[in-house]
Design a protein around this ligand. Structure first.
Ligand code: C2E
Ligand code: CA
Ligand code: CA
Ligand code: CA
Length: 282
């Protein structure tokens, strides 16, 4: 805005100023939340699309702020910019491992059934030299085997750190941990790099699933990704399955796994435990 009258310096206009204030307040509050541990993990079931059997959960962070549950999209970007993401990431790893251990001890069938817990890795944590020791520490703290843990890393984060990715993934895999490439189809990956990386699973981005029954092209993309996964012997999870129509189509394309509101929304730890009890009875 133009400087007027006695306000000689007007660098920001009103809406801009409000944005900056909001951003600063959020940063201060996020810092406090990290100190107080005001976070909670939610758990979304992942199922076998053919049998609808439970195969695991994906952990999704929530910020417990003023009696509300704030979704990650509203604070993870600020956490990334301020470096608070590293502490949050470590908290998530520990909380997930603690929960997994607790469930495994109380429900031995969970291990017998090979149920896994998936944790989202932030791109910046992926580039941090302490990543491997952070993971080891979390596993060791709860005497956990790596094979029940899965890490999800987005396609774009992998692309950004392509040089170091292969070695890092090998290191992670030597602990028995499985690795999934998240939001697949949204980045600009080439087939050659997919082949060169030691991955276990592809998660097809929700944007393709949500439009596959209206867009011929998106249905083709999903089909192609599934053929690719089969070819590379990778597991596949369709994200954001919401309708029975989508389920039918995914089944006919032989997509092995899925998650989405059709099966269950993300659940609190208590709700997830009830879900677990219900779906572990055979
Ligand atoms: P994501 O990893 O792709 O997680 C899936 C998101 O889709 C979740 O949103 C989930 O609630 C939502 N979702 C699941 N099923 C459906 C459905 O059927 N329909 C629709 N419309 N949405 C569905 P959420 O929990 O808000 O998480 C958003 C993103 O935040 C995640 O995307 C992930 O990238 C990031 N995130 C979540 N938890 C963590 C974490 O612990 N650490 C890091 N670094 N990032 C996280
Ligand atoms: Ca994910
Ligand atoms: Ca995803
Ligand atoms: Ca996403």
């Amino acid at each position: 805005a133009k400087a007027k009258g006695r306000n000689r310096i007007a660098i920001f206009d009103q809406p801009m100023l409000q944005k900056v204030r909001h951003r600063l307040r959020l940063e201060v509050e996020l810092r406090q939340a990290v100190e107080h541990g005001d976070f909670e993990l939610y758990y979304q079931p992942i199922v076998n699309l053919r049998t609808q059997a439970l195969v695991g959960f994906e952990t999704l962070i929530r910020w417990q702020k003023d009696g509300q549950m704030l979704p990650p999209d509203e604070f993870i970007p600020v956490a990334e910019e301020t470096g608070l993401i590293f502490e949050i990431s470590r908290w998530v790893l520990h909380a997930a491992c603690r929960q997994l251990r607790d469930w495994q001890q109380r429900y031995p069938k969970m291990m017998a059934a090979g149920l896994t817990l998936s944790v989202n890795l932030s791109g910046s944590h992926f580039s941090l030299p302490t990543l491997v020791t952070d993971i080891e520490q979390a596993l060791n703290s709860y005497h956990l085997w790596g094979q029940f843990l899965k890490l999800e890393i987005t396609e774009s984060a992998l692309m950004k750190h392509l040089e170091s990715a292969r070695e890092l993934l090998l290191c992670i895999k030597s602990m028995g941990i499985r690795v999934a490439i998240d939001d697949f189809g949204t980045g600009y990956s080439s087939l050659s790099y997919l082949r060169s990386l030691p991955l276990d699973c592809i998660k097809i981005d929700r944007s393709f699933i949500s439009t596959m029954d209206s867009s011929r092209e998106d249905l083709e993309v999903v089909h192609t990704i599934l053929l690719l996964a089969q070819n590379l012997r990778l597991d596949c999870v369709a994200e954001g399955v919401e309708t029975t129509n989508q389920l039918q189509q995914l089944r006919s394309l032989r997509c092995p796994h899925g998650q989405g509101y059709l099966f269950s929304p993300p659940l609190s730890a208590n709700q997830a435990e009830l879900y677990l009890q219900k779906h572990l009875v055979t």
